[in-house]
Design a protein. Structure first.
Length: 289
């Protein structure tokens, strides 16, 4: 920084024209490399089962959101740990599948009454008490069912929870029902680890970055697995300069992108003279304090 300060001190500036060129160059130097134009949100599902992998996920940047299965043995502990970090938390709610795969206890099934759905959501929220939203664990049948999704969104509205549709089926009506019930909902764009192979996860991470750059926002979902963790550790540390890692809450609340802290030079407010005759005081030229 000291070399840059010396470079732009008045002694190196000659005349008004050079002052304007220098200020223009300085502005471009400071601002152009750090202009965000894309948002990338990452949600890691299935927390609460494996302490080692969960710890590695919780060591990732705070903007990475986590989704905790209420029935998982360490659900309450992960809820507390993530909350202490200031990390966004989702309830990863088990829901009925088309293939009738058995789901964890406390999940949602077709044909449930409104009170049954309310009770399941209430129980889940008591366990994952710091959740700001919910996403579906499996749920290909559930999220395509209008009556069940209407009941779920009614319950989420009562608890002031957002919804993230994991899009495990193309016929999902979750977003439509959420809108009708006044619940803010978003869709997953990229699955990071349908395949657990390192190269495949890496390819999916790059697809998420490119989706964000093309569309402005990308939501990627992954799981606490060895290769996923390795890809995220490297990928997040080397995001392109136009992509900002954001939390799910910031997307649900439609928050504006936060610019990075600028590289600021502090100058005196007193106009400084040029370093060549006729030594005119130039208001836009400042001396180093």
């Amino acid at each position: 920084m000291s070399s840059l300060v010396r470079l732009f001190t008045p002694k190196r500036v000659v005349g008004k024209a050079n002052v304007e060129k220098t200020l223009f160059f300085l502005t471009a130097l400071l601002l152009s490399p750090w202009v965000y134009s894309a948002k990338l949100a990452i949600v890691i599902d299935d927390l609460g089962y494996h302490p080692k992998e969960d710890a590695q996920i919780l060591a990732l940047p705070q903007a990475v959101s986590v989704a905790i299965i209420p029935a998982a043995p360490h659900a309450k502990a992960r809820n507390q740990q993530a909350h202490q970090q200031g990390r966004d938390i989702l309830i990863h709610m088990p829901m009925e599948t088309v293939s009738k795969i058995k789901i964890e206890g406390g999940g949602l099934h077709l044909g449930m009454t409104q009170e049954e759905v309310n009770q399941r959501v209430r129980t889940a929220k008591n366990i994952v008490s710091n959740a700001i939203g919910m996403n579906n664990h499996m749920g290909s049948a559930a999220t395509a069912d209008v009556p069940l999704m209407t009941k779920l969104m009614t319950a989420l509205r009562e608890h002031h929870l957002f919804f993230l549709d994991s899009r495990t089926i193309g016929r999902s009506v979750a977003g439509k029902m959420a809108k009708e019930q006044g619940v803010r909902a978003l869709d997953r764009h990229i699955f990071l680890d349908d395949s657990d192979a390192f190269a495949d996860v890496q390819r999916q991470f790059q697809a998420a970055v490119q989706y964000a750059q093309k569309h402005g926002t990308a939501i990627a979902i992954g799981h606490p697995r060895k290769n996923t963790i390795a890809v995220l550790q490297a990928g997040i540390a080397n995001l392109p300069s136009d992509v900002q890692l954001v939390s799910m809450g910031s997307l649900w609340r439609n928050e504006k992108m936060v610019p990075p802290k600028p590289f600021i030079f502090l100058f005196s407010a007193t106009p400084a003279p040029t370093s060549a005759p006729p030594y005119e005081n130039v208001p836009s030229l400042r001396g180093v304090p």
